[in-house]
Unconditional design. Structure first.
Length: 249
């Protein structure tokens, strides 16, 4: 359908998991996608990623630590200078460092907040300046069901993802008059590397608690990113869309 034909898209955490699936989809819909990631191993593997036959877009890997303000400004400026525009940003990068409140260290709290919340702020601030000057653009933030409902052992992650929702609502108000839309996606439990260390009995419990009786697939989240980034959602802003199979924690 080429819904993203000619668009310049930035996806953080774009070399693995949901971010990689989104990068593939965006490229197959015609976008030039910058997969921004801190992992050199994941970035190197991008050369092996295959796009569907007839795809007119492409994926370009760039190393970036979203919690580093200087790096963020440099990379955004480089991309904008090359293309003269940035059409959409997907703030997908995220990490976890779980522990119950008495056992959670300050370092673990700060690390998750720096990537999952501050990183979203830094990326959006840099990109919003370019988008507002152009009078158009779409920012898609990744929150989580945990940011809406909280979760055992995830004080840092819950706080960051709840903060992302607050920033989404705020930026939608601030930037809407300047032609920039801001929305968030709140995934439920999804089959990515983050679940690799979760015990099987916990996975089973989550499946049983989910009305759809299964966990999500990365492409189901990526499709929502694609919709919100594309012109198909041209009158949607300030929304948090749950993609969680109906799960209530």
């Amino acid at each position: 359908m080429n819904r993203m034909n000619g668009k310049i898209a930035l996806i953080t955490g774009g070399a693995a998991g949901i971010g990689l699936k989104a990068a593939q989809m965006f490229a197959e819909e015609g976008a030039t996608v910058y997969a921004l990631d801190v992992s050199e191993k994941a970035l190197n593997a991008l050369k092996d990623v295959k796009l569907a036959d007839g795809a007119t877009g492409k994926i370009v890997g760039k190393k970036l630590d979203v919690s580093n303000a200087a790096e963020v400004e440099k990379v955004v400026e480089e991309i904008h200078s090359e293309h003269g525009k940035i059409d959409c940003l997907v703030n997908n990068a995220g990490i976890t460092s779980d522990a119950t409140l008495p056992k959670m260290t300050e370092e673990a709290f700060d690390r998750v907040i720096n990537v999952n919340l501050k990183g979203v702020f830094l990326m959006s601030k840099a990109v919003a300046a370019k988008m507002t000057a152009a009078g158009k653009g779409s920012i898609v933030n990744t929150s989580s069901i945990v940011g809406v409902q909280g979760n055992f052992g995830q004080t840092n992650y819950s706080a960051a993802k709840a903060g992302v929702i607050g920033m989404t609502y705020t930026w939608a108000r601030e930037l809407g008059r300047k032609g920039v839309r801001v929305n968030a996606v709140a995934p439920g439990y999804t089959w990515t590397e983050m679940l690799a260390t979760v015990p099987e009995k916990v996975i089973k419990m989550l499946e049983e608690k989910t009305p759809m009786q299964r966990l999500g697939q990365p492409e189901e989240i990526a499709k929502t990113y694609l919709f919100l980034a594309s012109d198909e959602s041209s009158y949607i802003t300030g929304q948090v869309i749950g993609v969680d199979g109906g799960l209530k924690l």
